[in-house]
Design a protein around this ligand. Structure first.
Ligand SMILES: [Zn+2]
Length: 229
């Protein structure tokens, strides 16, 4: 009896003569599987598609597992038909690839699948903001929304991306009170009904999240604007 596993194919590389190694993200984390030369035609196409695929697969139980068979469970976006969505999906993959080996993949994987499905029908910038904001927690850099990051005071007047959270009036160096960004990020971070798009300035939030990832996750995310020129 073969055990069936599940994962999303992220990429593949050629390996020796006509074999290849396929990289998948699964509920157990990253997995690389050897697709040997001589595997069936359908297996040989694994990783060479132009869509992002969620697949079911079986493998040998060796230290370097080989693919036995696979089937496509779900397809996300054709590279040639939906450049904007595939671009957003690629940024998500960049984040997924940056995860620690011991990250809570069993929770991250279903959340990512949910986001990929959301991307089919909702504004891509909203989906990306939601994904990036929620994922901050698994990198251990959740923004502090409720109290001042320096002194713990709960009367918040400002929010600092550099410091990773809120600042009270004693610690804030900016004279103008600005809790708008904090409120927007907190709303998104605590958002649960993903289907319901929040009325937020996605571009402004994304700019902040990109900066947040740069400083706290040490990850320079790929730009999300397509320039076809
Ligand atoms: Zn303070």
């Amino acid at each position: 009896m073969k055990t069936a596993f599940e994962g999303v194919v992220l990429s593949s590389i050629s390996y020796k003569e006509k074999s290849k190694i396929v990289y998948l993200y699964t509920p157990n984390g990253m997995e690389s599987i050897l697709v040997p030369n001589g595997a069936s035609v359908s297996s040989n196409r694994l990783g060479f598609t132009t869509t992002l695929n969620r697949v079911s697969y079986s493998k040998t139980s060796s230290a370097y597992p080989k693919l036995i068979e696979y089937s496509v469970l779900e397809q996300f976006y054709d590279f040639h038909q939906d450049l904007e969505k595939i671009q957003i999906a690629m940024i998500m993959i960049q984040v997924i690839k940056a995860l620690e080996e011991d990250a809570p993949h069993h929770r991250i994987y279903p959340f990512w699948i949910q986001c990929l499905n959301l991307l089919k029908k909702r504004n891509p910038l909203y989906v990306l903001s939601l994904f990036l904001c929620k994922m901050l927690a698994v990198f251990g850099v959740r923004p502090e929304f409720e109290s001042c990051v320096r002194c713990g005071n709960r009367e918040i007047v400002n929010f600092s991306i550099v410091e990773g959270g809120s600042l009270c009036r004693f610690c804030s160096t900016v004279s103008e009170e600005n809790t708008e960004l904090k409120n927007a990020l907190r709303l998104l971070y605590n958002h649960k009904e993903y289907e319901k798009v929040l009325d937020l300035d996605d571009t402004k939030i994304l700019t902040s999240l990109y900066e947040y990832y740069q400083i706290h996750v040490h990850l320079t995310l790929k730009p999300y604007h397509i320039d076809l020129q």
